[in-house]
Design a protein around this ligand. Structure first.
Ligand SMILES: Nc1ncnc2c1ncn2[C@@H]1O[C@H](COP(=O)(O)OP(=O)(O)O)[C@@H](O)[C@H]1O
Ligand SMILES: [Mg+2]
Length: 383
């Protein structure tokens, strides 16, 4: 047991194959928290990642029992009990540990197993789940937005110019055409107009200029979107608000944020559909300081503490559609362009934030996570 109980931070011997590396060094290099519990559930070993995860030093952690780290009813304790009872490894996925000291929820995958060499000892490894998934989603959304932006640039240059030529020619033909042929020329004009509108809608994706960001009170944005919805496409739906009034401003472009939330609320209203009289959409905000993610192509981790959610009680999104939700041209609607969520992903990406979706029957949540406006002395600009 001695090796597990003392954590020596000594200089490692020169690398000469796996046998020469002390297990300690390997465990400390792991990015996932690892704990070893004794027979009486007291912690006897933690790696560096566990110190970071629980926000306590090894010395503090080692005096504690597992039950002192997590909430009373935490599934972690039940899992440990199960390992003791069955003397076999138990894994559980997407467990909410219920940390008493932090406001943030931390869903993790838990792997727990007995240590046969040390009677009564259990090794527990945690894998921070939502973080990994979120980074993955973040990357895919950004990728999707990028692929549209490349395509948009090509479309704008290569299609719009010849289209205006075609349209002009059709107009000329229309003037000289017989009564019988005139509708055909008009059809060409109408259809080229339609393509032009689509290209115009795509053009926003090609705009790679950085946004000019200023402090925006997100609640005024949400209120504006709510008013637009209640007076238009969301008539008959209850749109409620659940705001954290102390939420600091976001670095934002007000118009773009309105556009993004309008798309989310419109999708929610369309999912609920016109036939229901119990439709509900909830706009919520919350401050979650614990959330940090890595951005693609960057070493730095950014904090995205402002959470804004749009929740509806529509039918939810199918498992097949879910992975492609934020890709362009993905739609299940007869007249849909499938560009709404691709645009939403681009807008939050341009704001240094991210968006993800959780869905089950009768509850779909689109969760935007955004950074905080940095300068403390600038006041929120109420527009
Ligand atoms: N809140 C929601 N509930 C259920 N399905 C949704 C929701 N939001 C989006 N979707 C699905 O995602 C698809 C893509 O949305 P979007 O990119 O806005 O394109 P469009 O609205 O033009 O179809 C929609 O067609 C719909 O199937
Ligand atoms: Mg839409």
């Amino acid at each position: 047991m001695a090796r597990l109980e003392t954590k020596e931070r000594r200089t490692p011997p020169p690398f000469s194959g796996i046998a020469s590396i002390a297990p300690d060094i390997l465990l400390h290099a792991l990015p996932h928290p690892v704990l070893v519990l004794r027979q009486d559930d007291r912690i006897t070993y933690v790696n560096f990642a566990a110190e970071v995860f629980f926000g306590m030093s090894e010395n503090v952690l080692r005096r504690r029992k597992a039950e002192a780290l997590v909430a009373f009813a935490s599934p972690l304790l039940a899992l440990i009990a199960q390992v003791r009872q069955t003397n076999t490894a138990v894994n559980e996925y997407a467990v909410d540990l219920g940390m008493p000291d932090t406001a943030s929820q931390r869903p993790v995958d838990v792997f727990a197993a007995p240590l046969p060499e040390y009677e009564g000892h259990i090794i527990v490894m945690l894998q921070q789940r939502s973080m990994a998934q979120m980074i993955e989603r973040q990357l895919t959304h950004r990728g999707a937005a990028r692929s549209v932006s490349g395509m948009a640039a090509v479309l704008a240059h290569e299609i719009k110019n010849p289209l205006s030529g075609i349209r002009g020619a059709a107009q000329l033909l229309e003037q000289g055409a017989s009564l019988e042929d005139r509708p055909l020329a008009q059809l060409i004009c109408r259809e080229t107009d339609r393509i032009c509108t689509l290209v115009d809608r795509m053009e926003v994706f090609g705009d790679e200029r950085p946004l000019k960001l200023e402090p925006v009170n997100i609640h005024t944005v949400l209120d504006h979107v709510r008013q637009l919805a209640l007076n238009g496409f969301g008539r008959g739906i209850v749109i409620s608000q659940n705001y954290d009034p102390s939420l600091p401003p976001v670095p934002g472009n007000r118009d773009k944020l309105i556009q993004a939330f309008l798309n989310l609320v419109k999708n929610a209203a369309e999912a609920i559909g016109p036939g229901r009289n119990d439709g509900q959409i909830m706009l919520s905000t919350a401050f979650r300081p614990g959330l940090r993610i890595s951005l693609p192509n960057s070493e730095t981790r950014v904090s995205l503490p402002l959470e804004i959610t749009v929740t509806d009680n529509g039918p939810g999104i199918s498992d097949e559609l879910k992975p492609h939700l934020f890709e362009p041209f993905v739609t299940t609607k007869a007249g849909g362009a499938g560009l709404g969520l691709a645009l939403v992903a681009k807008i939050f990406g341009d704001h240094g934030g991210t968006i993800e979706c959780e869905t089950k029957a009768r509850q779909t949540v689109f969760r935007a996570m955004m950074p905080m406006y940095q300068s403390a002395d600038r006041r929120v600009k109420e527009t």
